[in-house]
Design a protein around this ligand. Structure first.
Ligand code: SF4
Length: 233
């Protein structure tokens, strides 16, 4: 199947069935989303959503965060992964937002990446979700699912290579949505260890299903038939 056809299947299916996908992180403004995305590194959105209400009640603006020390922040985020580092990042992030950006979340990837704890993936999420720009944040789900579906070549071995490939092929207006489509499909259907292919509506054109899963289904039957200890004997 040609790549253009795969991308057509991908956008057709998801625009029809999930026309308005959204992030599962809870937030009320760009600052709150930024804090939540920084906390979500190596952590589930569900767990982040459990800690952000109390954290943001205590530190409702960048100025509040700027006045805090990592030790002030730590107790609010101790239940998520890497709380020491993230407490340091949030304190530094608050200071930089207050001192250099007048308390506003910047709108460019370059400026966002200057903030402590903000890498390219986080910056892409912010410009995509807050400013609806055609930026593709590649996390573990986006990376895995786009490879399995055959949207990106095997040579795309880094998040940046995957990002460039997806951005090159997906229509600009759909890129912010495609980010959520790939994440949600990876989170609930095309999960890492045992993709739920039996429940997946994409088997008809999924490369991994065609090349790996469909063949695996045949192997056990053959091996049972050949086995001298088989119950079939
Ligand atoms: S068919 Fe299987 S491998 Fe392919 S996208 Fe669906 S769940 Fe993932």
């Amino acid at each position: 199947m040609r790549k253009a056809e795969r991308y057509r299947h991908f956008t057709d299916y998801f625009t029809t069935h999930f026309p308005e996908p959204e992030t599962e992180l809870s937030f009320a403004n760009p600052y709150e989303l930024l804090v939540a995305v920084v906390l979500s590194a190596q952590c589930t959105d569900k767990r982040v959503n459990l800690v952000t209400p109390a954290l943001l009640a205590q530190f409702p603006t960048p100025a509040h965060l700027a006045a805090a020390t990592p030790d002030d922040i730590f107790p609010f985020i101790r239940s998520i992964s890497y709380p020491n580092n993230k407490a340091k990042h949030l304190a530094g992030l608050g200071r930089m937002l207050a001192q250099e950006f007048e308390g506003e979340v910047p709108a460019t990837i370059e400026e966002l990446q200057r903030l402590p704890g903000v890498g390219r993936k986080t910056a892409n999420v912010i410009v995509s979700v807050v400013y609806n720009q055609p930026a593709m944040a590649v996390d573990t789900h986006v990376f895995r699912v786009s490879h399995r579906l055959g949207l990106v070549p095997k040579t795309a071995t880094t998040p940046l290579a995957v990002e460039k490939e997806l951005v090159r092929h997906i229509p600009e207006s759909l890129i912010p949505k495609a980010h959520h489509w790939l994440i949600l499909h990876g989170r609930y259907v095309c999960v890492a260890r045992q993709p739920k292919c039996a429940q997946c509506p994409l088997t008809g054109w999924c490369k991994y299903y065609d090349e790996v899963v469909s063949k695996q289904e045949v192997v056990p039957i053959k091996s049972v038939l050949k086995s001298p200890k088989s119950n079939i004997e």
